[in-house]
Design a protein around this ligand. Structure first.
Ligand SMILES: O=C(O)CCC(=O)C(=O)O
Length: 236
């Protein structure tokens, strides 16, 4: 039974993120990891981020993104009419030793607020590259430097600019979900575990709020009768 924390909207408004534990089962997450490895491991660049738009996302991952449990978590935060936009399997290879740099997703997207959900396909720890966040940082847009190197993530906030900020390491168990605002400053630890680390990050917006972002020209309503259940995927 899904347990959304009491006071979720207030906590999200204050912090810019919300952790919900035990949303998906170990079997669901293991099946997603196996599928993600087959589909994108060989094509993931050093950043490990692969993007699927909502009209070309494999069914298993569309189902997780639009699952009723996700809708139950997101509705109190976003409102009744949610649009699913896109999703990213994120692979931290054991042979890539750098951290994902600090950034706000809005620096890439612009436009109206988006909400993303970092879904732990396996346990995420400080050793294998869990997410790091700065509570309350969603209240202010930060300047990002434009950087082009082998690490990907072309918009970055440097570590020096974050002196004095409170940084939280978000260790998560397989199946936990961290919802976060697109202005939340986040990064992740390098993967020093010697093993891979997989996560999956769908992104959403409020269908009732006009959005000037040009990143998406497709979206799907969260609630579509007859969509697939993640426990009975039709295909990858
Ligand atoms: O999962 C990670 O390591 C970081 C991913 C990330 O920050 C992003 O895709 O915006």
């Amino acid at each position: 039974m899904l347990k959304v924390p009491d006071g979720a909207p207030l906590s999200f408004a204050a912090n810019g993120f919300l952790l919900v534990e035990s949303v998906f089962t170990a079997e669901e997450m293991a099946a997603c990891k196996t599928a993600a490895k087959e589909l994108v491991e060989s094509t993931s660049g050093p950043s490990g981020v692969h993007v699927w738009m909502c009209d070309n996302i494999p069914v298993r991952f569309a189902s997780v993104s639009r699952d009723l449990r996700m809708a139950a978590i997101l509705r109190p935060l976003i409102g009744p009419r949610i649009e699913f936009l896109s999703a990213k399997p994120v692979f931290k290879s054991p042979s890539v030793h750098f951290a994902s740099p600090w950034h706000q997703d809005q620096a890439y997207w612009g436009g109206a607020t988006k909400w993303s959900a970092w879904i732990a396909l396996e346990d995420a720890t400080t050793e294998n590259g869990c997410l790091r966040v700065i509570p309350g940082s969603h209240r202010r847009k930060r300047d990002h430097a434009s950087v082009r190197d082998a690490r990907g993530f072309t918009n970055r906030v440097s570590d020096d600019e974050l002196e004095g900020e409170t940084i939280i390491d978000v260790e998560m168990k397989q199946g936990d979900v961290l919802v976060f605002h697109d202005r939340l400053l986040h990064s992740s630890h390098p993967n020093r575990s010697g093993r891979e680390r997989w996560s999956f990050i769908p992104t959403y917006r409020n269908a009732d709020v006009p959005d000037t972002s040009t990143v998406w020209n497709t979206s799907k309503p969260m609630d579509t009768p007859g969509r697939h259940s993640p426990t009975q995927p039709k295909e990858k």
